[in-house]
Design a protein around this ligand. Structure first.
Ligand code: AOS
Ligand code: ZN
Ligand code: ZN
Length: 424
């Protein structure tokens, strides 16, 4: 389904007066409000194709209704999100879950919704029907050359699909590792993985990047071959200038200082992209900003500081993606919340008085430094984010409009109550 523009303008007209009242504080009192609005308009967050259906755990899955049954319907769903918030202008595909039958047609369909293709994701963590070799004991790290070769070829295939769609990056997340002490020679597993990644790297087109995603545990519970930012950075450095580290917020051991990791990776020019989500215990894939919003703000604070120090473009120089799994919420509602949470943290971080912060640091004024950060974090930037959406043609309140228009019920009407999207 397509969302007609008049539905958004009707909604905005009804909310305009109240919105204008809240916004006037910004436009009248705050010097850089216009700049923040412009940056928010440019900032797009890619939606993962695998988050459009209901997720599950190994204990079960409770599907919702009207889930997308095909790649075309996934694109349609992201198109709906983008129409509502004008900030979800890209989709990230996972192969083989999303193999396009006709690349050109899929590209055109996405373009008709104003969408482009963000990073392509390979999958060597599951066995597919008719697959010759199993990934039970790893893929790029496997002791058997034939298994490694199969996984390498799969990644190269994913690049090919991405080229046809106009994507320019590949995310490699490996579940490779070991479950028990003694199972694996860590050094040899690293070396085999590096060799395999080098073959994939060699197949990258000139303008492409490869993102090496790390994860502390799961599905392997004793060691992960790309287990932390240190090992990911080692791989990225050894591979070359087109290789970067990808930070998934849920992939750290408890209480890791992710903002510091981000700062150092940017310093090294090796931060490539993000998977946004939130967690309480592990890779919980909860809605970004729902558990630790202050941490999210601190991460954005370092992102802006580090990107500005390198003259990077906030909107285009890193891959911004969501990676979440919605077990109990409507996936589309959750994704609207996620995008908003990211925009709020970004806007708050743009408000940080960086000169004053530097001055406080140089004077060892710890209290003032904390106050400067918290001043920005405690500011209600929702009117700014809403204004950016309105100016771009989106809804002042996307979630409210999604519900008022009964979009989920309409999707159920079109697709049925018992549909299952491909993915986890
Ligand atoms: C797995 O934990 C990772 O976050 C990957 O990014 C993975 O490819 C994605 O979550 C889909 O399963
Ligand atoms: Zn991820
Ligand atoms: Zn994950």
């Amino acid at each position: 389904m397509q969302l007609e523009a008049y539905k958004i303008s009707d909604h905005n007209d009804k909310l305009q007066e109240a919105h204008q009242r809240k916004l006037s504080y910004w436009t009248e009192e705050v010097a850089n409000a216009e700049e923040v609005i412009k940056k928010l308009i440019d900032f797009q967050i890619a939606i993962p194709s695998w988050a459009l259906g209901t997720g599950g755990t190994r204990f079960g899955r409770f599907p919702g209704g009207g889930e997308p049954r095909s790649l075309e319907e996934k694109i349609e769903d992201v198109g709906l999100l983008h129409a509502l918030n004008q900030s979800s202008g890209a989709i990230s595909l996972h192969i083989p879950w999303d193999i396009p039958k006709d690349g050109e047609a899929i590209k055109n369909l996405a373009a008709s919704f104003g969408l482009r293709f963000d990073a392509m994701n390979s999958n060597t963590f599951q066995d597919q029907p008719n697959q010759e070799h199993s990934y039970k004991f790893g893929s790029l790290q496997h002791v058997d050359r034939a298994v490694r070769q199969q996984a390498i070829e799969h990644n190269i295939d994913v690049i090919r699909h991405g080229v046809a769609l106009g994507s320019d990056s590949l995310t490699v997340w490996l579940s490779d590792g070991s479950c028990f002490p003694g199972q694996l020679n860590f050094r040899k597993a690293f070396e085999r993985t590096l060799e395999s990644l080098q073959e994939i790297y060699a197949a990258l087109p000139d303008n492409w990047k490869v993102f090496v995603e790390y994860k502390a545990f799961e599905p392997n519970f004793y060691s992960m071959t790309v287990g932390d930012w240190g090992s990911s950075l080692l791989f990225a450095n050894k591979l070359g200038p087109k290789a970067y580290t990808l930070v998934d917020l849920g992939h750290h051991l408890p209480n890791a200082n992710i903002e510091q990791i981000v700062s150092l990776l940017l310093m090294e020019g090796k931060l490539g992209g993000f998977h946004f989500n939130d967690s309480k215990y592990g890779d919980d894939d909860l809605t970004v900003g729902s558990i630790r919003p202050y941490q999210l703000f601190l991460i954005f604070n370092e992102l802006i500081e580090g990107m500005d120090a390198k003259g990077m473009n906030h909107a285009t120089d890193l891959g911004w993606m969501i990676d979440a799994s919605h077990n109990v919420k409507d996936p589309l509602e959750d994704l609207l919340q996620s995008v908003e949470a990211i925009q709020l943290a970004y806007a708050q971080a743009l408000l940080v008085d960086r000169l004053a912060l530097e001055e406080a640091r140089n004077g060892n004024d710890v209290v003032r430094a904390q106050e400067i950060l918290q001043e920005a974090y405690r500011t209600d930037v929702r009117p700014l984010v809403a204004e950016a959406r309105r100016r771009a043609g989106g809804a002042l309140n996307p979630l409210t409009l999604f519900r008022q228009l009964n979009i989920r019920q309409q999707l159920i009407g079109e697709r049925g109550l018992k549909t299952i999207a491909t993915g986890l």
